[in-house]
Design a protein around this ligand. Structure first.
Ligand SMILES: *Cc1c(COP(=O)(O)O)cnc(C)c1O
Length: 381
């Protein structure tokens, strides 16, 4: 089955009890047993719920994995992966990382005795300098948020395999429409399904997909033991979102390209970060591992002024100034004070997240309207 068919039919079946084409929202915490321990596969909804099972199966299908797990948020999914580790273990992670991931790593898991190395991974050979026998996990985000750096998953996977380290990839930005990390050698794919998979800015959810049965069992155990699961209504919404992922992503990519090119040619713009440009330092890797370049674009205006950045953000009308990304509607954001506020300024600026940086999540509206909106806001600075 090919990708566009998988988003709609992958691992899905009609409801066995009624034939309902869409899975019902099984709003129940518990399930009748005919005799102690004799049941139809469901006992208690923290452990499993049929609507959640449907979305977990969809996650597995679209990421070309065998096992999918759904959580109450992307961070709950990350939390589950980190609980595979023990005190003394070390993690090597991308330095240009989603702020919430950085926060849970440094503010929560460092307290439990896990050590993190945040490094630039554009050159995979550099990773080896940080590998020791304590290294248990490599955590990659690509494209990175918000600088749109591209990391060669295949190359990082070679290092991980050589040293028998687990490789996890946060695939939130790219989505499985653009890249499938499991096919590139990753062991775990993680998503904030809140973003493109849900796609309509109406639900918070996280996902993990793996191929290895032993690893899946460990993750299922943590999911059930720690309990950060999502409810059936949210499962239904994300399942519905996934059914249009491919058509939405196609338009996100088209509009993203048009916005990036418009900004690159604008006299008031200093720099645009988008992996589709030939001049992007990792463009060739992006071309190799991604089907297209996505709908996320970051930029700084000439003069690098925070006042100008704020003026643009306050005056954009269709690009709503808001946290998050990946919905059908265009959003704008100021990483330094919003998504990346939890990263210290000095750390942030090392990776390019300066105070004047603006990040756009380009939606699927008519491109003429989006460009006109950018035009009017830029005319004010
Ligand atoms: C939003 C996001 C997360 C966190 O997911 P939540 O659903 O907000 O908990 C993790 N990684 C990336 C890249 C994100 O954009």
């Amino acid at each position: 089955m090919k990708f566009n068919t998988k988003t709609i039919h992958g691992n899905q079946e009609h409801d066995p009890s009624t034939g309902a084409v869409m899975p019902p929202i099984y709003q129940t915490s518990t399930y009748a047993q005919s005799s102690p321990g004799v049941h139809k596969g469901y006992e208690y909804s923290r452990t499993a719920n049929p609507t959640r099972t449907a979305v977990e199966n969809a996650f597995a299908s679209i990421e070309n994995g065998k096992f999918g797990l759904a959580f109450g948020s992307g961070l709950a999914a990350i939390d589950c992966v980190m609980k595979l580790l023990s005190p003394g273990d070390e993690v090597i992670s991308t330095n240009d990382l989603y702020g919430g991931s950085y926060r849970i790593f440094t503010k929560i898991f460092e307290n439990y005795g896990i050590k993190f190395h945040f490094i630039g991974m554009e050159n995979a050979d550099k990773i080896e300098d940080f590998v020791s026998e304590k290294t248990k996990l490599i955590w990659v985000e690509t494209p990175t948020n918000p600088m749109m750096n591209i990391i060669d998953i295949d190359a990082v996977s070679a290092v991980a395999k050589k040293h028998q380290i687990l490789l996890a990839v946060d695939n939130t930005f790219a989505t499985p429409y653009l890249q499938n990390p499991l096919n590139l050698g990753a062991d775990i794919v993680m998503h904030s399904a809140t973003k493109y998979l849900g796609g309509h800015s109406d639900v918070v959810m996280g996902a993990l997909v793996v191929n290895d049965a032993v690893l899946a069992d460990k993750l299922y155990f943590i999911q059930n033991a720690c309990g950060a699961v999502c409810g059936p209504m949210d499962s239904f919404l994300v399942l519905r979102g996934i059914k249009t992922l491919h058509v939405r992503m196609q338009r996100h990519c088209e509009n993203g390209k048009a916005v990036a090119e418009y900004l690159a040619n604008h006299p008031k713009i200093e720099k645009v970060y988008w992996p589709g440009f030939k001049s992007h330092p990792n463009h060739e890797i992006a071309k190799k591992q991604m089907k297209d370049f996505g709908g996320m674009v970051s930029f700084v205006t000439k003069g690098n002024s925070i006042k100008d950045a704020f003026k643009i953000l306050e005056n954009l009308k269709l690009f709503t100034l808001a946290e998050s990304l990946g919905g059908v509607e265009s959003l704008s954001g100021h990483p330094a004070s919003m998504t990346h506020a939890s990263i210290p300024k000095a750390e942030r600026e090392k990776t390019g997240v300066v105070d004047s940086l603006i990040r756009l999540s380009v939606g699927i509206e008519d491109i003429e309207d989006l460009l006109a909106d950018l035009d009017q806001a830029l005319s004010l600075v």
